[in-house]
Write a protein that binds this ligand. Structure first.
Ligand code: IVH
Length: 699
């Protein structure tokens, strides 16, 4: 709907619209700040807010005491204790165009009585898309952490914040007696995607984007849950400070950095609007490759004395402004909804789209999450939909453009009640708390080809059996041709070929050499650490960590199996699994369920005739790195981090994320920083990636 230009509104119309917008914005604020579940994009929200402010500017009489322009965010929720901010945590005004940046600079200069061409420095900082937090340090010790809340009063999240590794418990060096550091708690895109995967697998809430995920993770009643979440922090501001350690914004950022905080490395000092705009463009280009979400650039007058003179207007400082990026959204037509069946039978709807460019990337597929999401958004095949690259990783369908739905209508989408691959019934299970799980699952188990193929892929994957040459494509092909239906079949391939049952060398894409290499890499995996073996089985809820826990506890696969087979509900065996550190009810039940299933037992028997799981302590005890604690740092060129970890594991070494006296060896790649320095300080041996390959006998 096109809105009436402000100057054509009558006062009555203005009052009505102002009221309506106010209600709407307040509802969005509540969803955003209290429920961590917004229903509009930032751009749409900004547009509402803008119109609201413009109406108020034209009709100042509408500006009552409870006007939203006097508030920031919304009242703190009831879950946490309240904290009054000694210095309010205010918000920022937004600009969207180059012209408005020039206007901002002009406005600041006029206010300060400077000439238009007088030099004036601004910091130009990425605007991190997370949630702001105020951290109070007294005599250098972290004593309290609070969210922004309504800007005046926030929530006490001290216990949760203490679990964030990037937030120091004690400031480094000399610090003022009272120092409130402020900044953004956020989540990396990759960490967000991983978390959502785990959430989906466990049937728990899926977060819409990294920001909601960070907010939801920080505002957990149980700080132990927060501790499991990969939260990060960038410092960029401060609240109450007994003695300012610097005279400029840039100097304060340096201080924050010295005190032990991360500050954003892309921050620059600019001397005029042109430089600010150039920096904005440069960051906009880099935006999708940063690894975390930013939604604009914040320009701040560098000189703190000038900031003081400029002061605030209602809810925002006069000395700063946010230059927002356009939202990465686009409209396109939903051609079809395809259902993918995962390893554990979870059905995931995927949108097949008319290709469209979103933020410079062509998008053809988008996630629809689950049946409930489709239902809630009433998404129908043939609809025009809004696509957003959430966290710039997995595109998602935000909403339907209802005006574009054909007049004759479209049939409502019916989520399948039978597995589209094997035809088995689809069920909706209850989650841990007895509530209906959002995930629908195929009940076909291994009789469902999709599940069987996904399990085989998992079995061969890098962190599991790590069989080189058996990628997704080969597995699909072997399954289709009936050569490999269960894990054990992989190990009999060569024998069967030698018996003349088939000849892989004649298949397209397989030559003499590749077949020889494939068989060689299969042979290498006949002996495998038990933890990897357990992980490879693809038991529900048994990721790498849980597999390790089980392996460590039981020592051998036979011991684990013997216990798990008897682990019916209420049994002593169930309690034993349940009691393993880090394993709980839900995991114990999943383990028991797996081993109580006949077809899994048969598959395991067949597999054990081919593969020997090695007790964990025996793992490569002859390797020169066995039993050592290793830290990988800097950028590795031949290995991904996952691979490095898997290799260390294979050679019996333990990987740690930080360097301490307990570290035995540091493998450093280019760009290694503080960990390398620390290793050198502690006199720990540092080697290159190539040397790592040599030492572990990999050439
Ligand atoms: S300065 C008084 N700097 O943006 C000004 N804010 O819309 C205080 N934000 O509440 C804010 N990155 O959550 C500032 N480099 C940055 C920022 C930043 C992200 C967030 C912050 C703030 C919101 C304002």
């Amino acid at each position: 709907m096109k809105s009436t230009p402000i100057d054509q509104l009558t006062e009555a119309q203005a009052r009505a619209e102002h009221q309506k917008l106010g209600d709407e914005i307040a509802a969005h604020d509540r969803r955003y700040y209290q429920e961590d579940a917004p229903t509009v994009s930032d751009a749409d929200y900004d547009a509402l807010r803008r119109r609201y402010d413009e109406i108020e500017q034209a009709f100042p009489q509408l500006r009552s005491a409870d006007s939203l322009s006097r508030k920031v965010g919304s009242a703190p929720s009831q879950k946490f204790g309240k904290v009054k901010h000694a210095v309010p945590m205010l918000s920022l005004g937004n600009v969207f165009s180059d012209e408005e940046v020039h206007e901002f600079v002009g406005r600041v200069k006029r206010f300060l009585g400077l000439k238009d061409d007088a030099p004036l420095a601004f910091t130009s900082e990425p605007k991190i898309d997370g949630l702001s937090c105020s951290l109070r340090y007294e005599r250098g010790e972290l004593v309290q952490a609070a969210t922004r809340g309504d800007g005046f009063e926030g929530e006490d999240v001290t216990a949760n914040v203490r679990t964030i590794r990037e937030i120091p418990h004690r400031l480094k060096g000399e610090a003022p007696a009272v120092f409130e550091a402020r900044g953004e708690v956020y989540m990396n895109r990759a960490d967000f995607a991983k978390l959502n995967e785990a959430q989906a697998e466990a049937g728990r809430m899926i977060y819409a984007n990294p920001r909601n995920s960070a907010a939801g993770s920080l505002r957990q009643i149980d700080a132990n849950v927060t501790a499991q979440r990969p939260l990060r922090f960038f410092a960029y501001a401060w609240g109450e400070v007994s003695d300012l350690p610097a005279k400029t914004q840039g100097g304060m950022l340096d201080f924050l950095h010295r005190a032990g905080f991360k500050t954003n490395p892309l921050t620059r000092v600019c001397r005029n609007a042109e430089q600010m705009i150039a920096h904005y463009r440069e960051i906009e280009e880099k935006r999708s490759s940063l690894g975390y979400d930013i939604d604009g650039i914040v320009y701040k007058v560098d000189d703190l004395a000038l900031q003081d003179r400029l002061g605030f207007v209602s809810r925002a400082p006069r000395w700063a402004v946010a230059h927002k990026f356009p939202a990465e959204r686009a409209r396109t037509v939903l051609r079809d909804i395809e259902i993918q069946v995962g390893r554990t039978g979870a059905l995931t709807p995927v949108a097949r789209l008319e290709p469209v460019t979103v933020g410079g990337v062509v998008v053809q597929n988008a996630t629809l999450h689950n049946a409930d999401e489709i239902e809630r958004k009433d998404i129908r095949i043939g609809d025009t939909v809004v696509i957003q690259r959430a966290g710039d990783v997995i595109p998602q369908v935000v909403e339907v453009v209802l005006e574009k739905r054909p007049r004759a209508g479209l049939p409502k989408y019916e989520f399948p009640t039978k597995c589209p691959v094997c035809g088995s019934a689809v069920v909706q299970e209850k989650d841990e708390k007895g509530a209906m799980d959002v995930v629908r699952r195929c009940t076909g188990g291994l009789t469902c080809p999709a599940q069987a193929i996904e399990r085989l892929k998992h079995f061969c994957s890098r962190l599991a059996m790590d069989i080189e040459g058996l990628g997704d494509r080969q597995i699909e092909l072997f399954y289709e041709k009936g050569l490999v239906r269960q894990p054990a079949d992989i190990f009999t391939l060569q024998k069967r070929m030698e018996r003349g049952e088939f000849d892989l060398r004649e298949w397209e894409g397989f030559g003499e050499t590749s077949v020889r290499n494939l068989f060689a890499s299969i042979e290498q995996r006949r002996r495998i650490p038990v933890n990897r073996f357990v992980y490879a089985l693809g038991i529900r809820r048994i990721g790498e960590t849980n597999a390790r826990r089980l392996a460590r506890h039981f020592g051998t696969f036979d011991a684990l199996r013997a216990c798990a087979r008897k682990a019916t509900e209420g049994s002593e065996q169930r309690a034993e699994i349940n009691d393993i550190d880090g394993v709980g009810d839900v995991v114990a039940e999943a383990v028991a369920d797996f081993f109580l299933e006949d077809h899994n037992e048969t598959a395991i028997d067949a597999l054990l005739r081919e593969v020997q799981p090695l007790p964990m302590e025996e793992v490569a005890s002859d390797s020169p790195v066995a039993g050592k604690t290793i830290v990988f740092t800097g950028s590795l060129e031949r290995l991904t981090r996952d691979e490095a970890k898997a290799q260390a594991d294979r050679f019996g070494a333990k990987v740690s994320g930080s360097v301490s006296k307990k570290t035995d060896l540091v493998v450093a790649g280019p760009g290694a920083g503080s960990k390398l320095t620390k290793a050198q300080e502690l006199g720990i041996e540092v080697i290159s990636e190539d040397e790592w390959f040599r030492r572990t006998g990999q050439g």
